[in-house]
Write a protein that binds this ligand. Structure first.
Ligand code: SF4
Length: 335
């Protein structure tokens, strides 16, 4: 068996220590990091992928980063093993990642996969039974080494074959990270963001928006999914949704995400207020509802007239006007 493995790394503390523990046994490691539309820390400057890059550089190992797109979102819509507390299908998500790791293992000639998982740390995906399901469904039975909890798990094939020395692996369990933090000090690892994970699927407010998207839009795009991270969302009717920016940064992001894709965009002309984007089957009678909602969430004084540019993609479609406050608030359901 070759002394080469694929390591699933998040850039967090656990996977970093796990990699260090296997590297110390002279195993060649190719790190695999995933970015999803649901990572809470995807900024280039400080996100998980940046951290994974930093760790790979420091430990002198190769890193591959995979962006999980629509195929991953489709899996979330209908997970075989269900959801956790919110819209997080952790078991299916781990199977998805392990399958990718298996493919890379075969491509690179590696002989096993390793992860930073800790037995009992996460209630849904880090248990004896779910570890077995993840290995079975990804076709990696006996080939997933979890160095942090190995002493509490059945021996894997690389341990039985002597490729790695089981006695030098750890036996950590549970949610406390005390042992990992002291090991990090020992190994000189100091900067480890997202130690407890950063996934919007576990967030109750975000989960409501994602559920609403799945219920109302059978042909969503990746842009529809990315828009869930930005602004206030309102349901106008079964097929139409309104999104308002909450600050200048979000106004710009809404335009940047949608301008080249033909969405309906509404930009305040003569007042400071939210930019709006409408998704779905938008019809002209709804324009008034959109503009009234924009002025409701603006700083425009009552009785003043608002000018709004209505664009379809990059093309100016109409210039709209509405007076704030004269006809009451539009009754929209906030998602
Ligand atoms: S928390 Fe999110 S990223 Fe982590 S396993 Fe669950 S669904 Fe996947």
């Amino acid at each position: 068996m070759k002394k080469k493995c694929i390591a699933l790394v998040s850039g967090g503390l656990d996977s970093t220590i796990a990699v260090k523990a296997i590297l110390d046994q002279d195993v060649e490691i190719v790190a695999l990091n995933f970015i999803t539309p649901f990572c809470t820390c995807t900024s280039r400057a400080s996100g998980c992928s940046h951290q994974a890059t930093k760790i790979a550089k420091e430990l002198d190992i190769e890193l591959m980063v995979i962006y999980k797109g629509l195929e991953y979102v489709d899996m979330i819509r209908n997970p075989k093993y269900g959801y956790g507390r919110n819209m997080n299908p952790c078991v299916d998500c781990r199977i998805f990642m392990h399958r990718e790791a298996k493919m890379l293992m075969e491509e690179t000639g590696a002989s096993f996969v390793m992860t930073g998982e800790v037995l009992g740390q996460r209630p849904m995906s880090q248990r004896h039974d779910t570890f077995r399901i993840i290995e079975r469904d990804s076709g990696l039975e006996g080939l997933v080494v979890r160095p942090l909890s190995a002493g509490l798990l059945p021996p894997t094939i690389p341990e039985l074959n002597g490729v790695i020395d089981r006695s030098r692996l750890l036996d950590i369990s549970g949610r406390s990270r005390k042992t990992q933090i002291s090991l990090a000090e020992e190994f000189g690892i100091r900067d480890y963001p997202c130690a407890s994970g950063g996934c919007l699927l576990t967030d109750a407010e975000f989960a409501k928006k994602l559920k609403d998207l799945f219920e109302h839009n059978g042909s969503y795009t990746l842009t529809d999914v990315k828009l869930l991270r930005v602004g206030r969302h309102f349901r106008i009717d079964k097929s139409t949704k309104l999104i308002l920016g909450r600050k200048e940064e979000e106004n710009k992001e809404l335009v940047a995400l949608t301008r080249d894709k033909g969405y309906h965009i509404f930009i305040p002309g003569n007042f400071p207020g939210p930019t709006a984007v409408v998704t779905g089957n938008f019809a002209d009678p709804l324009e008034e509802t959109v503009v009234k909602t924009m002025v409701k969430y603006s700083k425009l004084k009552e009785g003043y007239e608002a000018d709004v540019d209505y664009l379809c993609g990059n093309t100016l479609k109409k210039k709209l006007k509405v007076v704030k406050g004269l006809e009451g608030d539009p009754p929209l359901l906030k998602i």
